[in-house]
Ligand binder design. Structure first.
Ligand code: PLP
Length: 356
């Protein structure tokens, strides 16, 4: 490996959690990766250390102005014991696009991948093997200058933590009910909607709570200007199958470009299923529902891979989808992607990267 990583192993390994009841992001492995950035010196001191709390100055910029980014990808165990990452190059490219948008120094691609591989290798025995489980990888960068003036920080920490996870939604692959939000907005073009940064999440919480109170598990966001065009689900991109065609909102600057989204589009092209990226209004969806051509709706993201939607609620209009059941396309996509991720299906797209 090109990146020189100093490894300090824990002397007190933790007990492993019950692999049948992992939930999402509740347990963390024995180690973490850390690398520092200092203006003038660049990224330095790459190291793997025991997982433990980090010490930061209370004035650290990340606490006040939110200069931070994160990524999310997964490692899987194959039946023959290999460890696979799914499309890590896409996450790394996106990480650096996020970094550029929020004035964080970029990380050389090879170093980023070396860091991921090294920490996953170190905690390889934490990768769960039950169906639907995986090791979630959370790289993130925080601004650490202890200064209250507003400017990009001169110092940063890049950290990677790992969490063995089960199904993202407790409902599993069961369809979720989604609330279409036309009051609050998540992001606007020109803002940070297409960057993977905490700001987009804090902007979404109020509507998320409102949707939960109404009995819906997720919010579907409309655009910030007209509150009319479909954007995404906040931690997932959204797809519709209308009259045999798979459609998803075109990337417009305020939608997060998901790796899973890209995989759906690539698979559609490979399978010869018609697929369109375009501007879609909520009226188009309601019309498709009314004339009986809204066949499937599903969200896509690394955490859940796919999340079928069984009901959409738009103001006082309720649109049940596919009788509240998972659709055939959604199921096929889920089976194919998870099959490739776990090495059960041949990887004809060169999506997996083995950690050796
Ligand atoms: C991470 C994320 C997604 C999904 O992206 P994947 O790369 O498929 O995991 C969608 N929307 C938002 C806002 C996200 O942060």
């Amino acid at each position: 490996m090109a990146l020189d990583i100093k490894v300090t192993r824990t002397t007190t390994p933790k007990a492993k959690p019950d692999m049948d009841n992992l939930g999402f992001g509740k347990y963390f492995t024995d180690h973490m990766f850390i690398m520092n950035y200092t203006e003038g010196k660049g990224w330095h001191d790459a190291r793997i250390v025991p997982y433990e709390p980090i010490v930061l100055d209370p004035a650290a910029m990340v606490f006040h102005y939110g200069q931070e980014m994160f990524e999310g990808l997964k490692a899987y165990k194959t039946e023959d014991g290999r460890t696979l990452l799914f499309r890590p190059d896409k996450n790394i490219e996106r990480a650096n696009r996020t970094n550029e948008r929020i004035c964080i120094p970029t990380i050389p691609k090879e170093d980023f991948l070396d860091a991921i591989k090294a920490i996953v290798k170190t905690d390889e025995d934490w990768i769960p093997t039950n169906p639907g489980t995986s090791l979630y990888i959370r790289p993130f960068i925080i601004a650490t200058d202890p200064v209250l003036g507003v400017r990009p920080s001169y110092t940063y920490m890049f950290i990677i933590i790992l969490s063995p996870v089960g199904a993202y939604y407790s409902e599993g692959l069961n369809p979720v009910k989604i609330w279409i939000e036309d009051d609050y907005v998540r992001a606007v073009r020109g803002g940070v909607g297409e960057a993977k940064t905490g700001a987009n999440y804090v902007a979404s919480m109020k509507a998320q709570v409102k949707a939960h109170d109404e009995g819906y598990s997720q919010v579907l966001w409309l655009d910030g200007v007209y509150r009319k065009y479909i954007e995404e689900v906040g931690a997932m991109n959204i797809f519709f199958k209308i009259n045999g065609t798979i459609v998803t909102p075109a990337l417009n600057g305020s939608i997060l470009p998901g790796v899973t989204r890209d995989s759906v589009i690539q698979l559609c092209k490979y399978w010869g299923v018609p697929v369109e990226e375009k501007r879609i209004s909520i009226d188009d969806i309601f019309e498709a529902y009314q004339n009986g051509t809204l066949e499937e709706v599903f969200g896509t993201g690394t955490a859940a891979v796919i999340s079928p939607v069984g009901e959409l609620r738009w103001e006082d209009r309720i649109m049940p989808v596919n009788g509240g059941k998972i659709g055939a396309f959604s199921q096929k996509f889920y089976d194919t992607v998870t099959g490739i991720q776990t090495g059960k299906i041949a990887d004809e797209h060169n999506w997996t990267v083995e950690v050796k």
